[in-house]
Each structure stands twice: as structure tokens, then as C-alpha cells.
Write a protein that binds this ligand. Structure first.
Ligand code: SF4
Length: 478
């Protein structure tokens, strides 16, 4: 009898919930005896390609749709004999679009997610593993672990089809989440990221408005866990129980991603966002008073239907004064089935491009100003990714994220190696032109196609070199 070990490639696009779902599937498949190929394996294994490909698609924008189709076609070309399975939000809302792609074998939407693995097991004759598998033991390859605590949303923002694709909010059991986090810590993770479509709705479906605050308090007590962060949280979801808990929480990372979408009240109203720009600003002020060195990043939707030049300027002015650490700018794209898909007038592509360019300038200036505050400070950097070589001097660097989610580059050497997955107390010396906080006194520019630095055009920033006191490992997963 021959034993065939299945080889799977799993890709996810879009939000961290997709990433988490993909990792959970990888974990299940590994437990069932499959090999999960990582990026380098998947592209270099011409002689032994995958026999299973799964793509967790995103449909949040038309661009998400396009990238999903591109990824599917790419994998079909790379692994022509694989079972091609398409999951995620695009598979939920327009399965027929995807079924027409030549080479797609199975389309399983989010509402049928429980059927995904049984269908794969049946198609490939894989024996189902015993016992419950948690979200991504496989993510041991990573330094941060992602833990899904919630799915679904019922807010019906007028541009968003997520309530149509993922249903009403449903929360995972607190005990199961804590067990999963402890498992990650035992596997060496120092940081976990709590993911959900609407994190602030955690526990609401059980009628428990204190559930999120209580979960965070419990996480704070987990020995070996250095820090945890929230992937994204809506402004309306900072209820009193959560606000009251924040000052007590020692391990909660001081960074929140709080979607703004527009700085214009009239646009916010048409978006059905249920807050004003003033509400948003007051919330940030309150959070800053509760959490020192808090970084706030956000999303802004550019060119919402009917957005006048005056409304676009209101957003620019608002964003300028907020000093966000990072702003993700999304051009509006109509999503079928949403209220905004029928709103008129549509903003021309040229106007959207122009407004986006203006916002890029404003957000860059704010992000630089925010980062400057940390030159001379000590940040706790969790090292991630591979070593990088500075193009001019050949010196080695590693990069990682600070507790407030700023990317930092630190020199490494054989004598003083930095290891991925460890946290180092790091004195920041300067800010480079890529908004990278650095501890190196040279003017090196990192060169690596592996790292996706935030390229920020022609901005030139140098704060001058300070004293490198040293990188002191304060926590290790080894
Ligand atoms: S809060 Fe609004 S934008 Fe966010 S998932 Fe729900 S409907 Fe979509």
C-alpha cells in the first residue's frame, strides 16, 4: 500500500479574519496529514506541485475581487492538477462568477464554511483528523499569532457588503479563546492579535456588554504573553465597560485601528456610520488620555457617491489634525446589493485620484509628525521576518514592530544577533525616508523585495543620529 501525503497551498486576501480562517484550515489539514507549502515551497516545487489549493477571497472592493481572481488563476497555472477550492466573501456573494473560471473545482461561501473541510476530505480521500484543532498552530512560523474571536456584522454601513457575506455577529466562547491563546504562548508566541469583523460586538450576541473588557482582563493574566492587540475596532464600539478597563490593562498594545471613513458629517450620514467627526475626535482624545503613546491608524473611503469638493476638503482638514500613525485610503467601489451601489452622482475617476493624492500628502505629514515623537524613546520591538542587507554598506538589519505598531529597523550582527520572535527594548535614533524608525547611525537604505516598507514618495526625513544604547532582549520565545 502506498501512502500519499497531500500537499496544499493556502492563500488569503483582504482582512485578518480571512487570514485567521486560512490558518485554521491549514492547521486542520496538517492534523489530517497534509503538508502545507509556504510561499517559497509553492513557487519552487515544479517537480512536486500541490494537489490542493485554497484561496480565501476578499470582496470588500472591486479591487479585492480582481486580486482574488488573479490569485486563483495564478495558482491554477502553477498547480494545474490541484483541486482548486475558492472560499471567503467573494465566494459567498458571487459564487457563479468564480465557478466560470476554468480550473475552479469547488466554491464554498462563508455561510457554508463548515462544509469546506468535509468536502475537501471527500474529494481527496483524506481521513478526517480526530479532535478539535485550534486556529493556526501553523502560525508558529510567525511571531504574532492571530486569534479570531468574532465574525459577522449587522451595522449595514451603506457601502459595505460584509453583513451580506458574513451574517449577523456571532462570538466565540471566551474559554475556548483563552485556551487557544495559552496554546500559542506555549508554542512560543509572545504577541497575539484578536481578530473579528466587528470586534466591539464580541459577546453582544450573548447579551453580555462586558464580554470584550472581561476577555482582555483575562488575557492580561496569561503568563508568557508579552502583549496582545486588537486588529480593528469601530468608533461606536468603545463602550463604557471597555473604556473603564483600558487603564488597567498592562499588556494591551497601545495601538488601535479605528476606521474613520470620512471627516465630513454629511458623508458619514450617507455612509450610515452613526457618528460625527466631532464624536470621533472626542473618542480619540479620551483614548489618548487613558493610554500613553497611543497610536491610532484608520481607513478613509475616497470619492463616496455625491462627495462634494467641500466635503472632501473637510476630510482632509480632519485627517490633518488627527496625526494618524497610518491611513489606508480606499477609493469607493460600488458593491452589489449595498445601498451605496445605487447612490448618485458617482465621483469621476480623475477626481477620486486627485482627492486621494491630496490625502496621501496630508496623511504622510501626519504620520511623520507622529513618529518624530518617538526619536530618543525606548520602544519594545518584536522582531519579525528575515535579515535584510543595507544596500550601501552591506550591514545587516532586522525589522519588527513596536508596541504601538511602528516599524523599526535594528542592526544585527554575528556578535549581537537579533532573533525573530524576540522582543527587544530599543532606543530609537532617527526616522528614515520610508517612515522607518531606526537605531543605526548611518544613512543606509534597506534593500529587500521581501519587505513591504511603506514607500512615501519623495519625503526626506532625518532627525540626526542619536546614541545607540543597545538592544536588550526583554522576552524570548526560546
Ligand atoms: S461596521 Fe460597517 S464597514 Fe464594518 S463590517 Fe460592519 S457594515 Fe461593514
Amino acid at each position: 500500500m502506498t501512502f500519499h501525503q497531500h500537499r496544499a497551498v493556502i492563500r488569503s486576501l483582504g482582512c485578518k479574519v480571512n487570514q485567521c480562517d486560512a490558518e485554521a484550515t491549514a492547521s486542520e489539514l496538517r492534523a489530517a496529514g497534509c503538508v502545507i507549502l509556504d510561499d517559497s515551497d509553492a513557487t519552487s516545487l515544479d517537480e512536486s506541485p500541490a494537489d490542493l489549493c485554497i484561496v480565501y477571497t476578499c470582496s470588500v472592493t472591486a479591487e479585492g475581487d480582481r486580486k482574488s481572481r488573479q490569485m486563483i488563476r495564478h495558482l491554477i497555472r502553477e498547480h494545474p492538477n490541484a483541486l482548486m477550492v475558492v472560499a471567503g466573501c467573494y465566494a459567498e456573494v458571487r459564487p457563479d462568477d468564480l465557478r466560470t473560471i476554468d480550473g475552479v473545482d469547488m466554491v464554498v461561501g462563508t455561510s457554508d464554511a463548515a462544509q469546506l473541510l468535509p468536502q475537501i476530505y471527500a474529494a481527496l480521500d483524506i481521513m478526517e483528523p480526530d479532535g478539535e484543532k485550534s486556529c493556526s498552530e501553523d502560525s508558529c512560523r510567525r511571531t504574532r499569532a492571530f486569534v479570531k474571536i468574532q465574525d459577522g456584522c449587522d451595522q449595514f454601513c451603506s457601502y459595505c457588503q460584509i453583513p451580506l457575506t458574513r451574517g449577523t455577529p456571532h462570538s466565540r466562547d471566551t474559554g475556548t479563546i483563552l485556551k487557544e491563546v495559552r496554546g500559542f504562548v506555549e508554542h512560543g508566541h509572545l504577541e497575539v492579535v484578536l481578530c473579528g469583523i466587528r470586534l466591539g460586538a464580541f459577546g453582544m450576541d450573548r447579551g453580555d456588554p462586558n464580554a470584550l473588557a472581561e476577555l482582555l482582563r483575562q488575557l492580561d493574566t496569561i503568563e508568557g504573553l508579552v502583549r496582545y492587540r486588537l486588529s480593528s475596532i469601530e468608533p461606536n464600539d468603545f463602550g463604557e465597560p471597555l473604556l473603564k478597563a483600558l487603564p488597567e490593562l498592562k499588556k494591551l498594545a497601545p495601538h488601535f485601528h479605528i476606521p474613520l471613513q470620512s471627516g465630513s458629517d454629511t458623508v458619514l450620514q450617507r455612509m450610515n456610520r452613526r457618528y460625527t467627526a466631532q464624536d470621533y475626535q472626542s473618542l480619540i482624545k479620551r483614548l489618548q488620555s487613558l493610554i500613553p503613546n497611543l497610536a491610532v491608524s484608520t481607513d478613509v473611503l475616497v470619492g463616496f457617491p455625491g462627495e462634494t469638493e467641500e466635503e472632501a476638503r473637510e476630510t482632509e482638514v480632519f485627517v490633518e489634525k488627527m496625526l494618524f500613525s497610518k491611513v489606508h485610503l480606499f477609493p469607493f467601489s460600488p458593491r452589489p446589493g449595498t445601498v451605496a451601489a445605487d447612490l448618485k452622482p458617482r465621483i469621476s475617476a480623475a477626481d477620486v485620484r486627485c482627492r486621494k493624492r491630496r490625502l496621501e500628502g496630508v496623511t504622510l505629514a501626519g504620520a511623520i509628525q507622529f513618529r518624530k515623537r518617538f526619536v530618543g524613546s525606548t520602544l519594545q520591538v518584536l522582531i519579525e521576518g528575515k535579515e535584510l542587507v543595507a544596500s550601501e554598506t552591506g550591514k545587516m538589519f532586522r525589522t519588527g514592530f513596536s508596541e504601538n505598531y511602528l516599524r523599526v529597523a535594528i542592526p544585527t550582527s554575528c556578535e549581537q544577533p537579533l532573533r525573530a520572535g524576540e522582543v527587544y527594548d530599543t532606543v530609537i535614533e532617527r526616522l528614515d525616508r520610508n517612515m522607518l524608525l531606526k537605531t543605526q547611525t548611518s544613512e543606509d537604505v534597506l534593500s529587500s523585495s521581501e519587505e513591504r516598507f511603506e514607500k512615501v514618495g519623495t519625503a526626506q526625513e532625518s532627525t540626526g543620529a542619536g546614541l545607540l544604547i543597545g538592544n536588550v532582549p526583554i522576552a524570548s520565545n526560546r
